[in-house]
Design a protein around this ligand. Structure first.
Ligand SMILES: O=P(O)(O)OC[C@H]1O[C@](O)(CO)[C@@H](O)[C@@H]1O
Length: 549
């Protein structure tokens, strides 16, 4: 019987038994990594990347059973349906077509019978033309000066993916334009940006699918006031990236240009759409953005076509489910031994946790335990000097290491202790995964290393756009496959609504106090009242505080 969720397949109970079997001492990773050809048999190359999962708590029997989930849950078939435009986001009645944003073939991709590719190609052409005109100085600000700064105003998926990619590819920028991010509504964020830019040569890119997000609206108003105070015309310094017909696509609110994003691409999957395309083509030139798209497209094809035993994102998803739902780890870390990938974990936090942090399956039935896993991460070797004490001796969590074989900045090469900095980095990358797996027993409990702590290592050749595109699509596909296995809808996000509704009520009360100084929040709940009184300089008990906040 085919099913749509892990715990309803006939494989689930046998997998739980395999997980129990892997707890036995003879199956400690220290033993597993000593089996013949372990690295060769538990690693796979594809799409210009190497996935080494030799330090995962799997032996041949457990792996064989885990891989049967692909067929039992029709995983690649469902991935193909997604790429073909099937409306798999059932709660919002939408297709999920982030893969179409980087499709370059002539094949139509239809939603409700209409081919979406012409519109996608039109936006790509618009980005190419606009970025060339800005970078060449053909388009200038309202005082005739060419743009030198770009400020992205956006939050969540409207900037996190772009920040990951712009940080990864920063070395390729010709420094013609400097990219800044204004995401948080915190005025400190705006103040830092205002101090870093020259208003006359600054282009503001307002990115919001809905154009109703409170933080982005507040920051946009702040920026427009800032420009007017400088005698600049906001219409000559602003572009918008938004859904067709949203408030940001209103001819009555003139801007330099508007770039459309589509309802079938969710924010956390949108970096290959105009959300990433506008800032990245301005920063790097359109050709490099296109190379990034081609890398993502190649990994999309691999994720769909490669058989499970050779499918990097599908194997990574199966391992993630094995670690989370069968071995019971509640967290995962992404540790890239490459500083340019410093913003990968923050992007994957939204991508994966906003997609899969769900307690209901795709049919609306309860999922117990809920799906999803806590994801965090920092670059190595920094993480070794931050939280690796816990990684080695505290509560265990699986790690996904990332290595880059050929670094940027090779012009700076010195040797210390006989090795270059990059070789030193690699020595630590390899050592950490080995230490976590093998451990080192000791009679002295303070110096005892239990080991048996699983990790995978993903190796990229370099940080050229094509490989960053492949990496982006790898994590998107891994997230999608995990959601398919849990049987959830990875493409809605109702969990973010309640906080926004409560904030709406508080915002209304603060606005009332701003216009009615005598309003004392007396009609509020005790805790809310205490905080709003504190905000206005009163103690919890209504006395005016000596220290003003
Ligand atoms: O692009 P918008 O509509 O401003 O939304 C920004 C972000 O807010 C969310 O809707 C909720 O966090 C994200 O999914 C989205 O990326």
């Amino acid at each position: 019987m085919t099913s749509f969720r892990l715990d309803q397949t006939t494989v689930h109970q046998p997998l739980l038994q395999e997980a129990q079997r892997m707890q036995r001492p003879e199956n400690h990773l220290r033993r597993l990594i000593e089996t013949p050809d372990r690295l060769k048999r538990y690693s796979i190359e594809g799409c210009g990347m190497l996935l080494d999962y030799s330090r995962q708590r799997l032996d041949d029997a457990a792996r064989r059973l885990l891989f049967t989930l692909e067929d039992a849950l029709r995983l690649r078939q469902r991935f193909g349906a997604m790429c073909a435009g099937e409306k798999i986001n059932v709660t919002e009645n939408r297709a999920v077509l982030h893969t179409a944003a980087r499709a370059f073939g002539d094949d139509p991709i239809r939603v409700d019978g209409r081919d979406v590719m012409p519109e996608i190609r039109r936006v790509r052409d618009q980005m190419k033309q606009f970025s060339e005109q800005v970078r060449s100085g053909a388009i200038t600000g309202s005082t005739g000066k060419p743009f030198r700064h770009v400020v992205v105003i956006g939050i969540g998926g409207s900037y996190l993916g772009t920040e990951f990619v712009s940080t990864a590819l920063a070395a390729l920028s010709d420094r013609r334009l400097t990219l800044h991010y204004l995401a948080n509504v915190d005025i400190h964020n705006f103040g830092a940006v205002a101090a870093a830019i020259d208003p006359e040569t600054t282009l503001w890119v307002v990115i919001s699918k809905s154009y109703t997000t409170a933080e982005t609206s507040a920051n946009t108003h702040q920026a427009e006031q800032f420009m007017r105070d400088k005698g600049l015309d906001p219409a000559r310094h602003t572009v918008t990236v938004t859904s067709k017909g949203s408030p940001g696509d209103d001819p009555a609110r003139p801007v330099l240009q508007t770039f459309h994003m589509f309802d079938f691409i969710g924010g956390r999957y949108s970096v290959t759409s105009a959300v990433g395309g506008v800032p990245l083509s301005l920063l790097l030139g359109y050709d490099r953005f296109e190379a990034f798209l081609l890398g993502a497209a190649e990994m999309d094809r691999h994720a769909l076509e490669a058989p499970v035993a050779k499918n990097l994102p599908l194997i990574a998803a199966l391992i993630s489910i094995w670690n989370t739902s069968l071995l019971g780890y509640g967290q995962q870390a992404i540790i890239p031994y490459a500083s340019p990938l410093a913003k990968l974990a923050p992007h994957v936090q939204q991508l994966n946790m906003e997609s899969n942090g769900k307690a209901a399956d795709i049919q609306g039935d309860s999922l117990e335990p809920p799906a999803g896993v806590v994801i965090f991460g920092e670059p190595g070797t920094n993480a070794q000097h931050s939280f690796f004490q816990l990684a080695h001796q505290g509560h265990p969590f699986p790690i996904e290491f990332i290595g880059v074989r050929t670094p940027q900045y090779t012009q700076y090469t010195a040797r210390s202790k006989g090795v270059t900095n990059h070789q030193e980095l690699w020595a630590n990358l390899v050592a950490q995964a080995n230490a976590l797996a093998a451990g080192r027993p000791s009679e002295d409990r303070t110096r005892h290393f239990e080991g048996n702590r699983p990790s995978s290592t993903l190796v990229l050749e370099d940080l050229q756009p094509i490989n960053v595109g492949r990496l982006l699509s790898f994590y998107e596909a891994r997230t999608v496959y995990e959601g398919f296995i849990w049987g959830i809808n990875s493409f809605d996000q109702f969990g973010v609504e309640l906080g926004k509704v409560l904030a709406d009520d508080l915002r209304m009360r603060i606005a009332r106090r701003n216009s009615e100084p005598d309003y004392d929040f007396g009609d509020m709940d005790d805790i809310g009242r205490g905080y709003l009184r504190l905000l206005f300089g009163e103690s919890f008990r209504g006395r005016v505080l000596s220290v003003k906040f």
